[in-house]
Design a protein around this ligand. Structure first.
Ligand code: AMP
Ligand code: MG
Length: 426
């Protein structure tokens, strides 16, 4: 049996960064930019006010105090989006709102709070007072945001390889870009196998269970930026499985759940070995030992032969989710062009004793909390790999090394964070 690291390396070696697509910026979140973007404009385009107040010549305010204010004649009001036709000459001021362009002649802005501009004014009257008293001096440039201060025309602001997050989407928008070139999202086909599986909104007959893996696994695909192609349930017979596999043939990756253990009807791995190439079966990990990986033969849309990376995930509800986090997520991120493929881990003090005697690395579902500056981890209770509730309670997986035997209460362990604390259901 191979180690977690060896298995992951074989999977990563079998996938490549995908090609480029152009998408509306609102669809690009989480995708990797595939072009350098140079700004065609200055942002902000003009010098403008960072305060509501009066645009003045700073020299006119020298020596102003509460008791000896400087009185200026108010000649106009300018609001954001408009340009004043007037010039601020010595002894005058223009009322100005945040974001409005600085009128010619002015070199600074005195905020309302440092003037006698009437508070509680009736905005609908849009009155410009004839005069204003300034109580505090300003220096040249005070309360002015200069043209190009944020983004200079001609500057490289978004670089190839950057991940599009809300800030990068806002940055693209502020330069007027509505579309960007990004590495496309992988389409990941998801098939659940099992004669016992029942599709949702259908009554359960004796011996049957609802198909939950298709939903948890497809949600993980979505969460990490892929496009799930939900093919549904394949029965444990060769004909049905082959027909479902056919529907997956244009996907970038195929995930099946179930059918990779030692049971009489566990035929996924046999078909992978027969109709493709089996790269490994079984990993020294718990849960998730029967993981199978290979490339299944397929055809592209032009009928040319190709091979799709196929991960045969175990059928147990938590085994397939943990296997996804460990092995599918990094591959998905690599296809998306991401560089950082690892989930964050923290050092935590474990509050349970965990036995580990069979030489596999154990990933135990746990609740990881920060208290008094330290992370603490406690298990979510029974660790049966068939229990989805324990996965729902967990926000992380405590790693029990394969060669250590056991971990005692109070030991420091590494915990792989599935979610940070704001999303924990406890
Ligand atoms: P298998 O690996 O096919 O033997 O499945 C292992 C266990 O996982 C069995 O108890 C199955 O009933 C269960 N299982 C398999 N597929 C699913 C699924 N799609 N949804 C929920 N449970 C499943
Ligand atoms: Mg099965």
């Amino acid at each position: 049996m191979i180690s977690v690291e060896e298995a992951l390396q074989k999977i990563l070696d079998a996938v490549t960064v995908l090609d480029v697509e152009t998408v509306p910026i609102m669809d690009s979140q989480g995708q990797v930019l595939a072009e350098d973007i140079i700004s065609g404009i200055n942002v902000p385009p003009l010098d403008n006010s960072s305060m509501d107040g009066y645009a003045v010549r700073s020299a006119d305010t020298t020596g102003a105090t509460q008791n000896t204010p400087k009185t200026l004649n108010v000649i106009d009001t300018v609001i954001a989006g408009s340009i004043s036709k007037n010039e601020v000459t010595p002894g005058t001021a223009i009322r100005i709102m945040t974001g409005a362009p600085i009128p010619s002649g002015a070199d600074s802005v005195v905020q309302f709070e440092n003037t006698d501009d009437p508070k509680n004014k009736d905005v609908s009257l849009n009155q410009t007072p004839a005069q204003v008293n300034v109580f505090t001096p300003v220096i040249p440039g005070q309360n002015i945001r200069y043209a190009g201060e944020d983004i200079k025309k001609g500057a490289l602001t978004l670089k190839k390889g950057m991940v599009m997050r809300p800030a990068e989407i806002g940055l693209a928008a502020s330069m007027g870009r509505s579309q960007v070139k990004v590495i496309r999202r992988p389409v990941i086909a998801v098939i659940s196998t099992g004669n016992e599986l029942t599709e949702l909104d259908t009554p359960l007959s004796p011996g049957k269970i609802y198909n939950s893996n298709s939903y948890s696994i497809s949600s993980l695909v979505k969460r990490y930026g892929g496009i799930p192609k939900m093919i549904g349930i394949a029965r444990d017979d060769e004909k049905d499985l082959l027909s479902k596999l056919k529907q997956a043939q244009d996907a970038d990756m195929l995930l099946t759940t179930g059918g990779v253990s030692m049971g009489d009807y566990d035929m996924v791995k046999d078909i992978l070995a027969r109709d493709g190439e089996m790269i490994f079966w079984k990993v020294r990990v718990k849960p998730g030992k029967p993981l199978a990986f290979g490339k299944i033969k397929s055809k592209d849309k032009d009928g040319n032969p190709r091979a799709i990376p196929h991960l045969g995930l175990p059928g147990n509800v938590t085994s397939c989710m943990v296997s996804f986090e460990l092995f599918v997520r990094p591959a998905l991120l690599k296809m998306l062009g991401k560089k950082n493929l690892a989930k964050p881990t923290v050092s935590a003090i474990i509050e349970d004793t965990v036995k580990n005697n069979d030489g596999r690395r154990v990933y135990s579902r746990a609740i990881i909390e920060k208290r008094n500056g330290n992370y603490y981890a406690h298990l979510t209770g029974p660790q049966s790999s068939g229990m989805i509730t324990s996965m729902s309670m967990a926000n992380g997986l405590v790693i029990i090394p394969e060669d250590n035997g056991s971990i005692n209460k109070g030991d420091t362990v590494q915990a792989l964070m599935l979610d940070w604390n704001e999303e924990v259901n406890i």
